[in-house]
Design a protein around this ligand. Structure first.
Ligand code: GLU
Length: 291
């Protein structure tokens, strides 16, 4: 059944050019949106200037365009939204849902993740002075949720021990807060993304909750791996897509998603391939790998 207000997105961090793994994720989110008569947005998650480059951002955008994966709305850049994240961090601190953390990584490690400085309790007194990291205060729970592909899932959230950093000591905002803030601001109803984000999902659900918003529907698709079984990534030297072979790349990606491609050829245009693939999109055909 098409979902009347479906809004999906693809949200790459520009750490390198698109490779087959990221194309599979982009394509799955695009096809799921189109199959539901929904909108599909592109958002560049450029929060970490130490790991991300303008060159990678431009390569990703031109690669998406070459594959006719075009955003239905102007592209959002997280680097343009820093004021928004700053306000949210302050709001969460005020409401007692986030706190200043003065413990070093070493101290936390030595204490099994507990804070020797008792940051959750003493936090309000250290607002001025030296910069500190800000952490989101998780609630201890067995979190259960439904993933549209993986089914019913459960994960134990350990308050204090798992509390994620939402703003680093150096001032950068972290992915965990920004991704939720943007998905709320952009009214994203369905998130289709790689299964490497599965573990973070319950924490993100708590962040939604703390901001008074309802989490989207989730679908986590298996990661594409190389012959050594490693996730395709820049660190593992996954080759950049050859944008001159866009139709063939889309067919390979559809094959990895185990979709029907028998009557599609690499001499079809990218738009034609996307259109036909959306008509017969069947996420239930995606092979689940062991987690
Ligand atoms: N920006 C994240 C990444 O590139 C993905 C975020 C998400 O889809 O929630 O790994």
């Amino acid at each position: 059944m098409p979902h009347p207000s479906y809004r999906g997105r693809f949200a790459p961090s520009p750490t390198g050019p698109l490779h087959m793994g990221s194309l599979v994720t982009a394509l799955a989110s695009f096809l799921d949106a189109r199959a539901n008569n929904g909108q599909w947005l592109v958002r560049i998650e450029d929060l970490d200037p130490l790991r991300e480059t303008d060159e990678a951002r431009d390569q990703i955008l031109s690669s998406l365009e070459a594959h006719s994966l075009n955003s239905d709305e102007p592209i959002r850049f997280q680097s343009d939204c820093l004021d928004r994240y700053g306000k949210l961090v302050q709001q969460l601190i005020k409401e007692g849902k986030a706190y200043h953390c003065t413990c070093s990584r070493k101290q936390l490690k030595a204490n099994g993740g507990r804070h020797p400085n008792r940051c959750r309790d003493v936090s309000p007194s250290i607002t001025g002075g030296t910069p500190t990291a800000i952490r989101f205060a998780l609630t201890d729970e067995w979190h259960t949720w439904t993933d549209n592909l993986q089914g019913n899932l459960t994960q134990h959230i350990h308050a204090e021990i798992d509390d994620p950093v939402i703003q680093r000591k150096e001032g950068f905002f972290s992915y965990q807060l920004a991704v939720v803030a943007d998905d709320i601001d952009q009214n994203i109803s369905h998130v289709v993304r790689g299964a490497d984000m599965l573990e973070m999902t319950p924490q993100q659900c708590q962040i939604y909750d703390s901001l008074g918003a309802k989490p989207p529907q989730w679908m986590h698709i298996p990661l594409v791996t190389n012959q050594q079984g490693q996730k395709l990534s820049k660190q593992n030297h996954a080759p950049a897509l050859d944008d001159t072979q866009a139709s063939a790349n889309l067919l390979t990606a559809l094959g990895l998603l185990n979709q029907e491609t028998a009557d599609l050829h690499s001499d079809h245009s990218t738009n034609e391939i996307l259109c036909r693939a959306a008509e017969r999109w069947q996420p239930s055909r995606i092979h689940l790998t062991a987690r």
